[in-house]
Design a protein around this ligand. Structure first.
Ligand code: HEC
Ligand code: HEC
Length: 287
């Protein structure tokens, strides 16, 4: 009993509600994201059936005016440099087969359009879902005879950003009827609600129960994934989704799972589903 009390006290201590503060300090900012004054981005949408919240809200709403403005202007968005670099890689021949991505897939704005909104996807041969990073590695190994990228290699992040960017503005929608996707969703949900670490907290404690509040200096969002890979101002770099997952887990406990492990892939399937209906924002800009 005493231990439980201590844990709850610790939890309560790190959260600060904005009650009593200025009204705009808490909750999502009332604003609309239109990129370059022409592309309307869906940043708030009614939650899909079975979702614990009524409304799904993009992390964009929880950032400062300055950060939100950066994402609305693609000339100022620092993530766009990675999109450009990704396009270069797309057209570069690598590996023993003497091919580039473009050799087989042609113009990415056509062949990759919409894909980023529908990943992870079931892969029959692998018997597990693949995300864009793993699909890139699959093509590099099987179709280019090139080395797979190591996790978070600069080129992996740029190429993933480039591919996801081809779906900018399109709604996130997973097909859970493929293969065993539903079982991976179930497993991901279990991970999402599992309390771990010294703080004994789950993803849901921060991103479901406390979104809109401040944790230390950070304005907590719903933890949606529709902007990944995401440009983080704090790190002056693109951050991949599994890097973000690991960072959030590391904050609650010492041990954290490997990138692309079954645990993090299941989490990616489940958390991507939670963002159903939000537009792909890649490259989003966050703090
Ligand atoms: C020699 C031809 C070839 C090359 C080169 C190639 N691919 Fe592929 N790619 C394929 C084939 C065939 C498939 C479908 C079967 C599979 O998944 O391997 C595919 C599938 C994909 C898919 C999934 C499409 C979907 O509908 O879900 C993506 C994404 C992709 N490739 C990206 C890339 C990228 C990025 C590169 C460069 C690093 C690349 N490919 C290089 C042949 C190629
Ligand atoms: C102790 C609180 C805490 C826990 C527990 C936590 N996070 Fe986070 N998370 C944060 C903070 C703080 C941020 C940065 C502010 C924000 O976007 O919410 C963040 C950001 C994120 C983002 C980026 C959102 C965006 O719009 O870019 C994702 C995705 C995310 N978390 C997923 C998770 C997942 C999945 C788990 C469970 C494995 C988890 N978080 C557990 C505090 C937490």
């Amino acid at each position: 009993m005493a231990e439980t009390t201590i844990k709850y006290t610790m939890m309560a201590g790190i959260f600060a509600t904005s009650l009593g503060g200025a009204a705009w300090a808490g909750g999502p900012a009332d604003d609309k994201l239109v990129i370059d004054d022409e592309l309307e981005i869906t940043t708030r949408v009614k939650a899909p059936e079975g979702h614990p919240l009524d409304e799904v809200i993009s992390g964009w709403h929880y950032r400062t005016d300055e950060t939100r403005a950066l994402e609305a202007d693609s000339f100022q968005n620092p993530g766009m440099l990675y999109v450009e670099r990704g396009e270069e890689i797309w057209n570069t021949v690598e590996g023993d087969a003497g091919k580039s991505c473009a050799s087989c897939h042609g113009d990415a704005s056509e062949s990759m359009k919409g894909l980023g909104a529908a990943y992870p996807k079931w892969d029959e041969k692998a018997g597990r879902p693949l995300n864009i990073e793993l699909q890139i590695n699959k093509c590099r190994e099987d179709n280019m005879q090139a080395e797979p990228y190591k996790f978070d290699a600069a080129d992996q992040k740029s190429l993933t950003t480039f591919i996801k960017h081809q779906s900018l503005g399109m709604p996130v929608r997973l097909d859970l009827s493929q293969g065993d996707m539903q079982a991976w969703w179930d497993k991901g949900k279990e991970v999402y609600y599992r309390r771990t670490g010294q703080l004994n907290m789950a993803c849901a404690n921060c991103h479901e129960d406390y979104n809109g509040n401040y944790i230390r200096a950070d304005h907590l969002s719903q933890g949606n994934v529709n902007g990944f890979p995401t440009y983080r101002l704090k790190q002056s770099a693109m951050v991949s989704l599994h890097n973000r997952f690991r960072g959030c887990i590391r904050d609650t406990r010492a041990e954290f799972p490997a990138a692309f492990s079954d645990e993090l892939m299941a989490l990616e399937v489940y958390v991507t589903w939670r963002a159903t209906g939000l537009s792909v924002e890649t490259p989003a800009v966050r703090q």
